[in-house]
Design a protein around this ligand. Structure first.
Ligand code: DPP
Ligand code: ZN
Length: 859
């Protein structure tokens, strides 16, 4: 398709107040009759035709005001129909084969059930419709089908009526009173059972809650249900948002492109984010379920009640909703640990996007396939941008801003600009310059230097927003930085301050400071930027030990490691300096291991080394092999120096009985961390310990952690554990996904060979996105496998893209970005990566999704 531009937005010429859909359901053949009432939109340019989007469908019959119409034509896949009056009723019949819908967009079959995914442009694969988010309609949906095959029939809103039909069929009629865009439509038909509960809203209304799953899975829905109820309560308390229907349905499906979908009153979820119990899900999986359940629930206000005017505004709902789910999870668990995890995701996924060929602002200016813009930039950087507004306004004023936004735009399809204006009016901020965060891509680099003169400390800041595709020159942006000045002697500071850098260069002066302080900056990661500070190793060690902001403390340790590894990778570090660096890092880690004031969850975070991807990101041109070996060497050096400490930690944590409280979760986290270090320092000891952790595990966190470590080592324990794990969990697809992923992302030297063999495994299929991701995403984001020196990893990913593209282009195109990093990789590998991109570009019949990503990556 052609490039679509934000500046070309025009309102749709027609309003479509009411939609009636009639589905005659079948796995191989579903027939749809759509009845649309349409009326001229007084706020748009008049038109004597109506354009209805379609994709892979044909009109079987068309009526206008009850009369058969032959006066229509197709323009590409769109249907154009002449309309002369001010208001009409249009009736269109279509038919589709859901079982053949491997793209998993529109109506598709999964494990014998039918379900839909319409965001962003899936509704047009069901019927002809103005498939754009600014056309809001109320939907009445009638569906009928064989009762034995589809005992449960669901759609948005409320169930109005149901009954039995002829020949073993039955039907149901649903009505959603809230006007919505087509992307929020949903339908589910299948043999499902529910975990049912209820929630009383703040105004005392009773809401029935159901989580629908396949029989046998219902005993793994408890955590999702508790998470849903906590989300509903939290949104009332924190944002004043109450649920607005008497029914909330969630359905879990195993074939799904995304994590989940916020359809009004009928969320459809990837099973991965619903099903969890201690035996089959890790603590990380539990957190994922809680976060995604919350995210989709929060969309009911930030997304559904107020939706997006056009897809360029996607961050309006996604950035804000990610922030809301992050704040929720912070409140449910450990705030600093959650913050560190979120920053790690941002740096691991979004920073590379922002510095590569696919960089785009959180509000893009153009696209060809909108599904390529469901990115870490739109989601995670979008959340950071709103978080900065919150930091600048303070919590109470921020809430006034969000109240005004919800109040002012309820029922509308809004823009990012609407949100910013509501924040200015409600929170009392001037966001004139801040709007640049919506239009400029690229991660700002902040240069930091601290000076002491007389009795003043002077903080010199400068900013540089790097050029990105289509944006060679950038203007300075407001960068809110939370800082503290530590006195070296006392180890204390006089309180945190917020400084906002608004110019390319600016200096800030602080009085009554008797000696050069140690600067703690970007505390809590108050701005999504890279800090380049002139700071000594000693000062980093000081902050790693003394900083009272947990994020800043973590950051000091990370900086210590990053600067050491950067120097080591460059090959310019003398042996003696290298040993000094290792010693400084080791002693900082020793303090972390010995610090009684830390809870284990936080200790676990502090022990995580910066990822190879993030390390590569800090270098202009990266050598993945050197990064991998230096990082492993450092880990080995730390582990050998602190072997008895890690053994103690493993023992101490191993003695904590299973529980879902923070202390027990923390114990599980450090237990596997200890194994990871031991594996780098003393593989024989690690192998024995990992095997016994595996064998004795009474939960998936311990079992998976041990198996992960064993996967990276050789030996019979590895083989035995893999066989046991597979046999033990055969028949549980989500756990078998882990089995694939652990092998694909392992540290084992033969990981690529393992991936090849696993691709031929009887349980591998290209039809299931979770399974594809578990094998190939795991490999593509495991630098040591992906960046194999001979280019084999690149070739395998390109092969996968070519094989998957005809089946599921949306998922296939997600594998292009790792290859798109080629400009930032050392020349030999870079050429091999580019070669694969060129091979893809030359492939005939590539989908527009994949084609867009490949051409941007080469461009
Ligand atoms: N809107 C979904 C989500 O982010 C994804 N399509 O929740
Ligand atoms: Zn979302």
């Amino acid at each position: 398709p052609a490039t679509i531009r934000r500046e070309d937005y025009r309102p749709y010429p027609w309003l479509v107040p009411d939609v009636a859909l009639d589905f005659d359901l079948g796995l191989e053949a579903t027939r749809i009759t759509a009845r649309l009432t349409v009326a001229r939109n007084a706020e748009a340019d008049a038109s004597d035709t109506i354009r209805l989007n379609g994709d892979d469908i044909e009109p079987l019959s068309i009526k206008v005001d009850g009369e058969v119409s032959n006066d229509w034509h197709m323009d590409g896949s769109d249907l154009i129909l002449p309309l002369s009056g001010d208001a009409h009723e249009i009736e269109i019949a279509t038919a589709i084969d859901p079982s053949a819908n491997t793209k998993l967009m529109g109506l598709f079959a999964s494990n014998g059930m039918l379900c839909t995914q319409c965001e962003a442009e899936g509704f047009r694969r069901i019927t002809f419709f103005p498939d754009r988010p600014d056309v809001l309609s109320t939907y009445r949906v009638r569906m009928s089908g064989p009762k034995a095959q589809f005992p449960v029939l669901l759609s948005n809103g409320n169930l109005e009526a149901q009954g039995d039909g002829e020949e073993g069929t039955h039907w149901a009629q649903w009505h959603d009173p809230w006007p919505k865009p087509s992307y929020l439509f949903a339908l589910v038909a299948g043999d499902l059972v529910a975990n049912s509960d209820s929630f009383t809203t703040m105004s005392g209304r009773e809401v029935a809650l159901n989580i629908w799953v396949r029989e046998g899975d219902e005993n793994r829905t408890g955590h999702a249900m508790e998470s849903l109820k906590r989300s509903m309560r939290w949104d009332e308390q924190t944002f004043g948002r109450e649920y607005d229907l008497n029914l909330y349905n969630i359905v879990a499906v195993s074939d799904f492109n995304m994590g989940a979908m916020e359809n009004k009153g009928l969320n459809v979820f990837n099973t991965k984010y619903v099903l969890a119990d201690a035996e089959t899900a890790t603590d990380g999986d539990f957190d994922g379920v809680e976060g995604v359940i919350a995210h989709e629930y929060f969309h009911n206000w930030s997304g559904n009640r107020i939706t997006c005017r056009d897809w360029f505004q996607l961050s309006l709902k996604e950035g804000f909703t990610v922030l809301r789910d992050q704040l929720f999870s912070q409140d449910m668990g450990s705030e600093p640990v959650k913050r560190i995890e979120d920053v790690r995701i941002l740096r691991g996924a979004q920073f590379p996007e922002d510095s590569g060929p696919l960089a785009h602002p959180i509000r893009p200016d153009s696209y060809r396939e909108i599904s390529n813009f469901y990115t870490a930039t739109v989601y995670n950087k979008g959340a950071e941008v709103i978080r900065m507004m919150r930091t600048m306004a303070g919590g109470d004023a921020f809430r006034k801003g969000t109240d005004l936004y919800f109040d002012r735009h309820d029922g509308e399809a809004a823009t990012c600009e609407d949100f910013v204006t509501a924040m200015e009016d409600g929170a009392g901020l001037d966001l004139t310059q801040f709007r640049l965060w919506y239009s400029q891509a690229g991660t700002p680099k902040i240069g930091v230097r601290m000076e002491h003169r007389g009795d003043r400390a002077i903080l010199h800041l400068k900013q540089d927003v790097p050029p990105t595709p289509g944006q060679p020159d950038k203007a300075p942006m407001p960068i809110p930085l939370r800082i503290a000045l530590f006195d070296r002697e006392s180890g204390q500071h006089d309180g945190e301050q917020l400084v906002t850098l608004t110019k390319a260069q600016e200096s800030f002066s602080f009085d009554s400071i008797s000696s050069l302080p140690v600067l703690s900056i970007n505390r809590g990661f108050s701005a999504p930027v890279t800090i380049e500070r002139e700071i000594s190793q000693d000062d980093l060690v000081f902050l790693a030990a003394h900083d009272d902001d947990p994020f800043a403390r973590y950051e000091a340790l990370q900086d210590l490691v990053v600067s050491h590894l950067k120097a080591a990778v460059s090959g310019q570090l003398e042996e003696a300096a290298k040993r000094d660096g290792e010693e400084a890092i080791t002693s900082a880690f020793a303090s972390v291991l010995a610090d009684d004031s830390l809870d284990e969850l936080m200790r676990g975070e502090l022990l995580v080394l910066p990822s190879e991807t993030y390390l590569a990101e800090t270098m202009l041109v990266a050598d993945p092999a050197a990064i991998h070996s230096e990082r492993q060497a450092l880990r080995g050096a730390i582990a050998r120096a602190l072997e008895s400490e890690f053994l103690n930690l493993h023992e101490r944590a191993g003695a904590v009985p299973f529980g879902m409280d923070a202390a027990a979760k923390g114990a599980r986290k450090v237990k596997t961390q200890a194994l990871i270090y031991l594996a780098a320092g003393n593989p024989d000891v690690a192998r024995r310990r990992a095997w016994s952790q595996y064998e004795q595990a009474d939960n998936m966190t311990d079992r998976q952690g041990a198996l992960m470590v064993l996967c990276g080592l050789s030996g019979i324990e590895r083989t035995n554990a893999l066989i046991d794990f597979y046999n033990r969990f055969q028949g549980n697809p989500l756990v078998i996904d882990k089995w694939f992923a652990l092998q694909a992302s392992s540290m084992h030297p033969a990981a690529l060979e393992h991936v090849k063999a696993l691709a031929d495994h009887q349980d591998f299929t290209l039809k299931n996105p979770n399974r594809v991701r578990s094998l190939y995403m795991a490999m593509a984001y495991s630098p040591h496998a992906f960046h194999a020196a001979d280019g084999e990893g690149y070739r395998m990913i390109a092969d996968l893209i070519l094989a998957l593209d005809p089946i599921n282009p949306q998922t296939a195109s997600r594998f292009v970005p790792p290859l798109g990093r080629w400009r930032r990789i050392e020349p030999k590998r870079s050429a091999l990566m580019k070669e694969q991109l060129e091979r893809l570009a030359a492939a005939p019949g590539l989908s527009s999704d994949t084609h867009e990503q490949v051409s941007r990556s080469l461009g």
